[in-house]
Design a protein around this ligand. Sequence first.
Ligand SMILES: C[S@@+](CC[C@H](N)C(=O)[O-])C[C@H]1O[C@@H](n2cnc3c(N)ncnc32)[C@H](O)[C@@H]1O
Length: 201
Amino acid sequence: MAGEHYFTAEPGTPEQERTVNFQAAGREFALLASSGVFSGQRLDPGTAVLLRKAPLPGPRGGVYLDLGCGYGPISMVLATASETAQVYSVDVNTRAVELVRTNARRLGLAGRVHPGRPDEVPDDVVFDEIWSNPPIRVGKAEVHELLGRWLPRLAPGGTAWLVVARNLGADSLQAWLASTGWAVERYAAQKGYRVLRVTAG
Ligand SMILES: C[S@@+](CC[C@H](N)C(=O)[O-])C[C@H]1O[C@@H](n2cnc3c(N)ncnc32)[C@H](O)[C@@H]1O
């Protein structure tokens, strides 16, 4: 991926497919990933902390947003954890979006996982929960813009679960969120990652 970032819209690197194996929510996942997508060789350790520490959906389900979904590990875990969850999986990386489509189909989740680019999410959908390992490396202003765009689409009483590495500015992101009126709590910390719980202030 020399000279190219995982958040490139259309990765130019040849597609090299791989399987990423991991355990979450008490089951084994084997997801299709590839070169040119974020952490396409192993489950990202921050994502692993998020999936371990934040409360997964119960049977009641709900409407979820996986913001910056990559090849879809968060989406697949959410949709598997609750048989009634509807998951919108968005990414600017078209290769990632296609991988989510394939992974959802292989797991029999295609009817409840809706992959697409950000502009493809219908305007009237609101989310009970937003889950994200946000693309911190795109820059502070862009991350603020991203969260400023999607957090207001939480349903009343909704919650966002974010994981951010401490050394990539988790604490300053927490402070910024609080300064813009969100109630934000450091819900968990593990292995240098913070899990932030964000609700309407
Ligand atoms: C840190 S990665 C997490 C990927 C995946 N959720 C995982 O845990 O492996 C962040 C993702 O956000 C995507 N991204 C970057 N800018 C974005 C934007 N403006 N809207 C949506 N996704 C974006 C990147 O392409 C990348 O896949």
